[in-house]
Design a protein around this ligand. Sequence first.
Ligand code: TRP
Length: 332
Amino acid sequence: MSKEIVLSGIRPTGNLHLGNYFGAVRNWVNMQTEFDCYYCIVDWHSLTTHPDTKELRHNVLRMLSELVASGLDPEKCVLYVQSDVPEIAELYLYLNMMAYKGELEKTTTFKDKVRSHPENINAGLLTYPVLQSADILIHRALKVPVGKDQAQHLEMCRNFAERFNHRYGEVFPLPQAFNYGNDLIKIMSLDGNGKMSKSENQMNTLYLADNDELIRKKIMKAKTDSGPTAPNSLKPDYIENLFGLMQLVSAADTIEKFEHDFNSCVIRYGDMKKQLAEDMVKFMSPIRNKATEIENDKAFLSRIIKTGSEKARASAQKTIKLVRDAVGVNYI
Ligand code: TRP
């Protein structure tokens, strides 16, 4: 029995942060053994919002290094860069004929970008969900590990696939969002405002690339207050977030101690943050050091990129053949 096909993508628009690590990448690592996994660094997608490509090469290579340092094994999964697989662009073209202007304009992510970047509303941005669908359908993937914010894009992907199948014959299975466990880990920004981000709010986001001093500094600056005034109070969300971070990197008895201190109103947030900072450094520094080692080994990186693109293209070419036959654009 062949394994089910999994695909996910990540935009190289900045460094990986703790939210990416615990929310997405750890899931990807876990899926490697059980499924046939394709993981793609989607550099074309980043062009929709980041037309300046000065940092692109560095960002792609660093992201690849961080993904491998985090546990993605290029022998167990297909790890590749989107622009190395031109078949994705061809499929994007066919799928664009399945996408209606009205539904693209109604997409939440598009409307958000129109509001935040009115100076660059390009067609690539409008058809972003079509390119994402091509990423998924090019391997005829069934499972797509993504967060809730991608649910609408996935629904659009299923619609495009269904329309294609209906018009030209069954080529694509319909993909579903997928994650291990029901509750996806959400990591808030350290100032308590929204989520950690690859490119914004950098002093309140912990990046895998941050050095030990910076990790300590950011955590020590995290938002707290003067502490609870009644026993067993409800935690404000920014305090809950600090406990949540402890859950990820600290020992059980450490967490218990601070829980107890909180519930009996004697908690000292300064001490808690110091402890958290040390545990976080212990957790993050080996990953960072490994990523830097990989990043400096240019031959190793090139090899990963080359093998990844070969494997991804082999799968993509099979699908494109089916697509061309179904559409009827094969004249030789
Ligand atoms: N849109 C996704 C995001 O912003 C990135 C992405 C691109 C993706 N192509 C994909 C995710 C294919 C899953 C599958 O996070």
